[in-house]
Design a protein around this ligand. Structure first.
Ligand SMILES: Nc1ncnc2c1ncn2[C@@H]1O[C@H](COP(=O)(O)OP(=O)(O)OP(=O)(O)O)[C@@H](O)[C@H]1O
Length: 368
């Protein structure tokens, strides 16, 4: 395990009791405001001393209250990226980047300056002062500074929250590259299901100081009820696909997934590029027969695997479509009227414009 957290901590009237493990890649901490995400990040980073429990990063025990172990924060080798970058205004980008290394013992310095600069696409910014950078550029420099300290884990507490959608879209590919390189595991705090769908390898869902679910992103995001407080409408399946061809005249791209072909608004990536696609549960309609004369371009045949009924007016219908697990959110009434039940053959229908470009991320092999 790359990360093990099992802590109990009280602050004010709030009790955090969190236990989860993560195998690397990017672990997203998700939950409503006040659910304890920052407290967990601070316990991992050494800014909060938990009353009880253990924190282990890459087999190094950082906290074990039973054995009275508490590694101070400057000795933890944990990188931190905050919402607002926190670069030094009087230093240029190169000096800001190099500053990260001063705290790492010389013999433990393995991060290569040129590689990090290249990974984050900041080579052209090295002589600039932070005040002249865009919000997205500042965050890339802040990530670079953290990486150059050779961290064993990178903590990112809502690093993109202050950026607009365009700036976020600009920075996602760099976080994906970092995740897919696999050299440094990442813990990311996020409020955005779209962001998590795009970036996370695994997800920990928190509510009132407790972990309500944790596991692979593709597994967790299928359960829309877990996201009830912050937007169940955004949850859904994650499937892996490849770019098959572009239809230039129509501004469309055709993707091949196990479930079948998906037609989406044009994506500027080469043929064969692997992608992670989010299929929002609310965007999927079910039909008992293959529809004819329909304008929606995506019709995926499948079978109902199970029905997740948590008691509300809508239910999640889990589908198995040619090896891809897909979920449709439908009304309880539809379940009855269509006679939906496990084992039944159905067709899942998705409008092409339902695909949110923000949620079409690149993917490492076997990541979904
Ligand atoms: N130093 C403190 N003393 C007392 N209570 C605190 C302290 N820090 C945080 N809390 C409380 O602990 C709870 C969890 O806070 P935390 O910041 O971990 O939540 P969060 O999920 O990160 O929220 P947000 O998304 O709003 O940042 C909140 O009720 C908060 O008021």
């Amino acid at each position: 395990m790359i990360l093990e957290v099992d802590i109990r901590h009280e602050q004010g009237g709030f009790v955090l009791q969190a236990r989860f493990q993560s195998g690397g890649g990017l672990t997203a901490l998700f939950g409503p405001s006040g659910s304890g995400k920052t407290t967990i990040v601070n316990a991992i980073g050494g800014l909060v001393r938990p009353e009880h429990g253990r924190v282990v990063v890459q087999d190094r025990v950082l906290v074990d209250t039973k054995k009275n172990v508490f590694v101070p924060k400057h000795r933890r080798r944990i990188g931190y990226v905050f919402q607002e970058g926190r670069l030094f205004p009087h230093l240029d980008v190169r000096q800001n980047l190099l500053f990260g290394r001063w705290f790492t013992p010389r013999r433990e310095r393995t991060a290569n300056f040129d590689h990090v600069v290249d990974l984050l696409g900041i080579g052209h910014l090295l002589e600039r002062r932070p005040s002249t950078l865009s919000g997205g550029e500042k965050q890339r420099v802040a990530i670079g500074r953290a990486l150059l300290a050779d961290p064993q884990l990178l903590l990112m507490d809502e690093p993109l929250a202050s950026l607009d959608e365009a700036r976020k879209a600009e920075i996602y590919p760099y976080i994906e590259r970092l995740r897919d390189e696999g050299a440094v595991p990442i813990v990311l705090v996020s409020h955005s299901v779209a962001e998590i769908a795009r970036l996370a390898t695994s997800v920990v869902v928190l509510s009132e100081g407790r972990v309500t679910a944790s596991g692979r992103a593709s597994e967790i995001l299928r359960h829309t009820d877990l996201f009830a407080q912050v937007g169940p409408a955004e949850a859904g399946a994650l499937v892996e696909a490849q770019i098959l061809r572009h239809e230039d005249g129509f501004g469309l791209t055709i993707l091949q997934a196990k479930a079948g072909l998906l037609t989406v608004p044009r994506i500027e990536r080469p043929i064969g590029a692997p992608l992670r696609v989010r299929l929002r549960a609310r965007d999927i309609i079910l039909s008992l027969h293959r529809p004819e004369g329909l304008s929606a371009l995506n019709i995926l045949p499948g079978r109902i695997a199970s029905i997740d009924d948590t008691g509300g007016p809508s239910v999640d219908v889990m589908l198995e479509c040619g090896g891809d697990a897909i979920v449709a959110r439908v009304t309880r009434r539809s379940v009855r009227e269509l006679g939906l039940a496990p084992g039944l053959a159905v067709h899942a229908i998705i409008k092409s414009i339902a695909f949110d470009p923000e949620a079409l991320g690149s993917v490492a092999p076997h990541d979904v």
